[in-house]
Ligand binder design. Structure first.
Ligand SMILES: CC(C)(COP(=O)(O)OP(=O)(O)OC[C@H]1O[C@@H](n2cnc3c(N)ncnc32)[C@H](O)[C@@H]1OP(=O)(O)O)[C@@H](O)C(=O)NCCC(=O)NCCS
Length: 154
């Protein structure tokens, strides 16, 4: 009698890797709203800066799907930003990427991650709550939008 073996391979893998200079066009195509100056030269400079700081490309099964960064605010805190290409959202990718970058921040000796987002950005509010941020303040920004401020000890 022939016997068959079924092998299930879990292919879903999220990773954070360094951007390469040639990824500037990828970043511009998908995330230009993140940059006040979205020229290729300016994005290349940012990629260069990210080589030794906490700025990463997010990959999902080896494919580039987003970006995540923690920027030093020079008061011992870090401020984070994350963006996922629309078709890859709601798969837990931002959540996993945050866990990875949080580990890198910890290794570098940081103790607090701070953040703010629009109160109406449901996805971002949920993401902050799910990864363990505490809401510390509600405020109105300079253009009249309601904002939440978040903090987390790492
Ligand atoms: C916010 C954003 C990064 C979330 O990325 P994502 O990979 O889709 O998030 P995840 O799949 O890891 O979801 C994390 C949690 O938030 C919830 N969530 C995500 N998007 C949601 C939405 N549109 N509505 C309600 N809940 C949402 C998920 O259900 C998940 O909770 P769960 O674990 O209980 O299911 C993505 O929507 C995005 O790139 N938005 C545009 C940029 C932006 O607003 N960035 C936020 C700056 S901090």
């Amino acid at each position: 009698m022939t016997q068959y073996a079924l092998v299930y391979i879990n292919m879903e893998q999220v990773d954070i890797i360094k951007f390469k200079k040639e990824d500037a066009t990828f970043i511009r195509e998908h995330f230009s709203s993140y940059f006040s100056d979205d020229s290729i030269e300016s994005i290349e400079k940012r990629i260069d800066y990210w080589q030794n700081t906490l700025g990463f490309c997010i990959t999902y099964n080896g494919e580039k799907v987003g970006m995540i960064s923690l920027s030093d605010k020079q008061d011992g805190r870090l401020c984070w930003g994350v963006m996922i290409i629309e078709k890859y959202r709601r798969k837990g990718i931002a959540r996993k990427a945050f866990e990875l970058i949080r580990g890198r921040a910890k290794e570098r000796g940081y103790s607090i991650i701070a953040s703010s987002c629009a109160a109406g950005n449901v996805a971002s509010v949920h993401l902050h709550e799910k990864v363990g941020f505490k809401r510390v303040k509600k405020e109105i920004n300079s253009v009249g939008n309601e904002m939440y401020r978040w903090e987390m000890e790492i």
